[in-house]
Design a protein around this ligand. Structure first.
Ligand code: AMP
Ligand code: MG
Length: 538
């Protein structure tokens, strides 16, 4: 098939509309990305889109209209929230999902009983829709899985010979696909971030939910709320890694991994600091610019024959969330976290909390794993369900909360029991710790502390760049435990006897803080250590 390149003249627009009316597929410009359009009420024409893109048939399409009047026949009802969003943001880069009317072909719905509708603001898109006289189904005009096209030449790269025509409308203004919000759900649920930000949606309809899949990989066995979310997507041929951390840490990481084929996908400001070939996708603090450039930058990586790409992570704020959402899929969810992790451990009563507190006062994020151990067994949590399954439903109180004493009786009855308990809780604590470390990195912290009495027992030393152990003489610890937990001497000694000896903590490479005097002295020691050590500086 010959693919015509049409100009955005009245004749070009009329020709595109004619081809669409006849059931052909034509790529058209929109303000988000180029769309691969076909008559959205003609199942055969829509099937042609899936064939041209090699798109999985369960991934539904968006219907594009050019007049709000054209909305009503496509959906079973238009709820209040939908009217408000349309009034605020149509025409524009917002797609809403509503119950589908009977006239919507199964191909468009991807077999679901809902339909996605959008009213684009691009004048050429509007003209083509009006001239064609039907709603146009139009996913991005790329081969399934590759970066969406934001200029006609990029459409040609993927679609030449596969479709009837490409209508050239220049560069797309937004650069990432529309925001998709599911209004069949209360509260409204964001399935795909785009040019209309979560804040903009909330300003109109109040609180919304952001689907987990927007920023995280779908857990095994979970079903996608939006089928498109389950696929690896937008990817160049190279292996992309998303590098989280400060600009300094990013440059340090990339330069340390310099090798043939290694390329940076970075912000303009990073260029002078990098020793490898680089493609930029805008300035660090300009998310709209990043959105406009990201897809083309991903395609440039292929042109440069990049093999391994280290991408600088965008901010998740505003339109940045949409950029992050595309990049994390281009990276197939491979994340490198450059935040430095300092493990803080030691036996009970030695003064670990005092040290954590002194560092917290310096502005360092401290993750308290004791707190996490309580958090992961909240009623309804997967961890608690598992505990009830493995030990006995008797570890649950009537209100669904954990009966700690009962769990301890059952788990600590044997070494195997204790092991089974740890096998359930430790991985959950580590996973949550990793999440919090990622959040700390996202908010620009170069270093964070993980306060973990069971650091070594839980295998957490592997995520730490450096470890600090706090120890104290037995008599001092005994006094502290008695005062803290109002225990008598004997009970305090029993507790200490159940713990590891100091030698367990004072291993090679571990910095040891010895608490020999009062709390104030330990605080000072902690601050001094932090300020003099190379591992604690940005
Ligand atoms: P694209 O057309 O490539 O921009 O992709 C359209 C996106 O909208 C896909 O990720 C779909 O999964 C999503 N989508 C379209 N229709 C629906 C629907 N009825 N329910 C949920 N998601 C939808
Ligand atoms: Mg797409």
């Amino acid at each position: 098939m010959h693919t015509q390149l049409l100009q955005p003249t009245p004749e070009g627009i009329e020709e595109a509309a004619r081809l669409l009316r006849e059931g052909h597929q034509v790529a058209i410009p929109t303000e988000t990305v180029y769309g691969l359009a076909a008559d959205g009420l003609n199942g055969t024409a829509v099937a042609g889109i899936f064939a041209a893109k090699e798109r999985p048939i369960d991934n539904p399409l968006i219907l594009h209209i050019a007049d709000e009047q054209d909305w009503a026949p496509l959906v079973r009802e238009i709820p209040e929230n939908a009217k408000k969003l349309a009034a605020a943001y149509w025409p524009g880069p917002l797609t809403v999902i509503l119950p589908a009317a009977d006239c919507i072909p199964a191909e468009v719905r991807g077999g679901l009983d809902t339909v996605a509708v959008r009213f684009p603001s691009h004048p050429i898109a509007q003209a083509v829709i009006l001239h064609a006289g039907c709603p146009l189904a139009a996913p991005s005009a790329n081969l399934s899985g590759s970066p969406s096209p934001t200029k006609a030449a990029r459409v040609m790269e993927d679609m030449q010979g596969r479709i009837a025509a490409v209508l050239d409308g220049g560069d797309c203004e937004v650069g990432v696909e529309s925001t998709v919000v599911d209004l069949c759900h209360t509260p409204p649920r964001l399935l795909r971030p785009g040019g209309i930000t979560p804040e903009m949606l909330e300003a109109v309809v109040g609180p919304i939910e952001i689907d987990d899949a927007v920023t995280h990989i779908l857990q095994e066995g979970a079903t996608a709320a939006s089928p498109g979310m389950k696929y690896k997507h937008y990817a160049p041929k190279a292996q992309v890694y998303l590098v989280k951390g400060t600009p300094e840490a990013y440059a340090r990481y990339v330069n340390a991994h310099k090798a043939p084929g290694v390329t940076a996908l970075c912000f303009d400001e990073d260029i002078p600091h990098l020793e490898v070939p680089a493609v930029t996708y805008g300035r660090r603090d300009e998310p709209m610019e990043q959105a406009r450039q990201i897809f083309d930058a991903l395609r440039q990586l292929d042109e440069q024959d990049a093999q391994t790409v280290y991408a600088a992570c965008p901010s998740l704020k505003g339109v940045g969330l949409a950029v992050y959402n595309r990049l994390i899929r281009a990276a197939a969810f491979r994340i490198i976290n450059t935040i430095r992790v300092i493990g803080l451990t030691g036996p009970t009563g030695a003064g670990k909390s005092t040290v954590a507190d002194a560092w917290r006062q310096l502005g360092v994020p401290v993750i308290d794993t004791d707190g996490l151990a309580r958090e992961i067994v909240q009623p309804g949590s997967p961890c608690l369900t598992k505990l009830a399954e493995v030990f006995s439903p008797a570890v649950l109180r009537e209100d669904g909360s954990l009966d700690r004493a009962e769990l301890a009786r059952r788990a600590f009855a044997s070494p195997e029991g204790a092991q089974a308990l740890n096998a359930i809780t430790h991985p959950a604590i580590i996973a949550r710790t990793q999440q919090l470390l990622e959040e700390a990195a996202d908010s620009g912290h170069p270093v964070a502390v993980v306060d973990a009495p069971l650091l070594f027992e839980a295998g957490m030393e592997t995520i730490c760049h450096h470890i600090v152990a706090v120890i104290a003489p037995a008599d001092l610890r005994q006094k502290r435990i008695m005062a803290r937990d109002t225990l008598d001497a004997e009970a305090a000694q029993r507790r200490m006897a159940a713990q590891q000896p100091d030698s367990f903590y004072c291993r090679a490479g571990v910095s040891v803080l010895e608490n020999t005097a009062d709390e104030e002295a330990l605080r000072k020691q902690a601050v001094t250590l932090w300020q003099k050590e190379e591992w604690s500086t940005p």
